[in-house]
Design a protein around this ligand. Sequence first.
Ligand code: GCW
Length: 700
Amino acid sequence: MSVPTGQASADPGELTWHAAWLPPEAFRALGSRDVLVHGGGPLVDTVLDEVTRACARYGGRVWHSPPWDVDADLVLASRDDGPVANAAAEAARLRATPAVDGVGNGSLGDEGFLLARVNGVTVVLADAPAGLLYGLFHVVRLGAAAFDDDRPARRHQPALARRMLDHWDNVAVHPVSGQIERGYAGGSIFWRDGAARRDPARLRDYGRLLAACGVNAISVNNVNVHDTEARLLTDRLDDVAEIADVLRPYGVRVHLAVTFAAPVVLGGLPTADPLDDRVRAWWVAATQRVYQRIPDFGGYLVKADSEGRPGPFTYGRDHAEGANLLADALAPHGGVVRWRAFVYNHHQDWRDRSTDRARAAHDHFTPLDGRFRDNVILQVKFGPVDFQVREPVSPVIAAMPATRVAVELQVTQEYTGQQRHVCHLGPWWAEVLRFPPWGEGGATVADVVAGDAGGGLVAVANVGDDPFWTGHPLAQANLYAFGRLAWDPRLDPGAILDEWIELTWLPTTTGDPELVRRTLHEIMDDSWRTYERYTAPLGVGFMVRPGHHYGPDVDGYEYTAWGTYHFADRDGVGVDRTRATGTGFTGQYPKPWSDVYESLERCPDELLLFFHHVPYRHVLHSGRTVIQHIYDTHFAGVEEVAAMRRRWQALAGAVAPAAYERVAERLDEQFRSAVEWRDQVNTYFFRKSGVPDAHGRRIH
Ligand code: GCW
């Protein structure tokens, strides 16, 4: 077995992508050591293979067979692997005693591991092979520090059991959404022009990147399931099985997005009614065939009755009946159905002030709490609307105690600059995950989705066949941050960014690692807030161009059927979602938030226009008026992008030319676009309000 490690290469026969956060150099510290690997099975083979390659490159040695008491610098031992390996694990444990004692008691779970360094030996113990794999990547992350001083034993277990990426990749190029819906990194790594790409080297490298940041599940096709993609469930199942085979050694389970109409479009039945026996039988049989082919298949992902997709409403059934139909077919095989809560009316009449898209998921789903089977995961977008740069946390997350809920993020930057803009989202996601839906000190969003009882964290992927994986090289950090936060939502986003920088921008790729690190932090740390500053203000959202969603169009959606987002007139701006005078959306939150958001005085500034319609001269907690805030932040946002660009220019010659050029070119576009945003938003509000800028700056 060989592990590809992508490298840009001038030689056309060579791999043509960059290594992202696992270049060979990342394994230097480990690869120059003597390493003992214990355990069996495909995932341990992966560990062994990684270690073997690293040692071959950097002069270390590897043992995977007796004698067990070799004088290794690093021992990676599975505790569950029969008497021989247990003897080895015991030897490792004894070597690490007393550090491991106490901490090592009790199960480490399916994915956990224990790490200690005692008497010059670094020991990783796991109870299951996946734990060993994650332990290996942890050692890689630590680099030389893994072999420095003694470290007391520490258990590492993922807080969230389910850490998944959804690819919105189409098999056949779709006339509107292309090869990847909302994809900004070239073509798909799975599919091309209607066929499977069959590029196992690249897929395997992807699996490696995922395992190294903690992702353990993936769905391989768009939730908008079109005709070709529907057939992945039946006659094109082999294509899915091949992907599963490649990703399995990295502990990544494959899922499929399926169409609710499958019994009709694939099975030739006259109906897809979830209560029809023929329909049930069809799903049972189709699912059996899937598991015969892919025994560890993860399950189905469904977008139903949403933006024109088929669903149970067609048959007068509700979403519990729809989801349970698939859940029953999957249950005997241990699979789950991931049912998306993204259900809203996209045929609204903008004249009707009572329809509120933000309310929709809660209105549809909370009455169904308790009616979903155990193997249904309700997949809820983190905010009530749609992956905007600022939204409150969705009230559905707190309202379904008897349902397994997963929170969905968008790593692909549909609404956050489309991978042309630097917008580092780790800080935003950390904020969402730590939000306490029942008030300060109470459980957090991360707690709701944690463990086996929770549905975990899911994100729409941002990867394509681009040489840098994510189009913008710095957008890789979003994927990395997603995986790490899903593993441990309490991690500090700044520290995660440091990890990514250290793994990706290695000393061999730069003459001045410290300058690179400092500059990347300066550019990326606050880039999400910078993006927020020059785009839609104060939580109002959706001032993008309809359709492709790039660039400003303040009224782009204002009078459309998809929903109305700012209601700006000459007097004020914002959506009144209060119970007192508005759509009543604030009432979907538990206390204290239902009161906090309802109150003009208590509502946080950054969400003010999401919840309230206010006059332009309304004074924020910051002391500025709303209109002055709009002007100031838009001027500041552009200045910040200009500074990002200058900072990057200082790295010319310090990083690989291809990466330098790619980022430089994107920063030029970000600057151009930020100016456009600033000028359109400021001009729009100046014209509406007639209020001049207090600082007399030029507004067109
Ligand atoms: O934000 C919208 C996107 C659609 C997407 C939809 C969804 C896959 O613009 O492209 O469809 O969300 O989440 O289903």
